[in-house]
Design a protein around this ligand. Structure first.
Ligand SMILES: Nc1ncnc2c1ncn2[C@@H]1O[C@H](COP(=O)(O)OP(=O)(O)OP(=O)(O)O)[C@@H](O)[C@H]1O
Length: 220
């Protein structure tokens, strides 16, 4: 499903990711861990095309990144959902409208938007907050809205970059349980975190990154 083959990335001639090779199976939920500055965010950025590799090959589903045509780039971006530490919600839009935004940009008709957004909010257990605005929600609730926004387009892959970094430990575990539920419904998920507590006892693969190199993997 996802394959990195000898991928390297440089910023200003400095090597940030070094010869990275790994695969993630379709339907897998895996963690990517390592200390601050190890390159976790950069590695995720290569998957959602915020950055491009300088060397090596990346395959995501049916897409080979090195031979993507310009018209395939938006198609690939649409098949990947991303969740960030700071939620990145639009505070002047309601929960419903935050989740609906990408569908509206795509031109989906309002009747379908209503069904899709309700479905996504149900999956994150937030339907009752549909008309609320982000700033009155707790951090955990805001992250659930961000997750609903990421899954409303039914992406093949959901990427999460330190998704619990702004949350207290119990809320963080609840968010990981939510990812588990979403994964059970078939979405491939990769969660980048430096927080070992998140993958302890999950029995999920944990890829370990240090100073830009994959130094091994373990089972959480
Ligand atoms: N746009 C950029 N230009 C130059 N250097 C960058 C850029 N983005 C990241 N870096 C450097 O690349 C290295 C890896 O950064 P990255 O954010 O991928 O690490 P990380 O493991 O996600 O760290 P953290 O957990 O602190 O977010 C760091 O040394 C960082 O300073």
């Amino acid at each position: 499903m996802i394959a990195f083959q000898n991928v390297s990335k440089y910023y200003e001639h400095q090597s940030i990711l070094k010869n990275i090779t790994f695969t993630i199976q379709k339907g897998e939920m895996a963690f990517l861990t390592g200390p601050s500055g190890a390159g976790k965010s950069t590695l995720l950025k290569l998957m959602y095309l915020a950055e491009w590799p300088d060397e090596g090959n990346i395959v995501i589903g049916d897409f080979q990144l090195q031979s993507l045509s310009p018209s395939q780039i938006p198609m690939l971006r649409r098949s990947i959902g991303v969740v960030f530490q700071d939620f990145k919600l639009i505070n002047t839009l309601s929960v419903f409208d935050n989740v609906a935004l990408s569908l509206r940009i795509k031109g989906v008709i309002e009747k379908d938007i209503k069904n899709l957004v309700s479905g996504a909010l149900k999956r994150v257990h937030l339907r009752h907050l549909s008309d609320s605005y982000p700033l009155i929600l707790s951090g955990g609730e805001q992250q659930r809205v961000a997750i609903a926004r990421a899954i409303v387009t039914e992406p093949l892959v959901l990427l999460a970059d330190e998704p619990t970094g702004n949350l207290d430990p119990n809320t963080a575990i609840d968010i990981i349980k939510l990812f588990e539920e979403i994964n059970l419904q078939g979405t491939t998920i990769i969660i980048a975190t430096h927080n070992k507590e998140l993958f302890k006892n999950t029995k999920r693969r944990v890829l370990k990154l240090d100073s830009g190199s994959l130094i091994g993997e373990e089972v959480g």
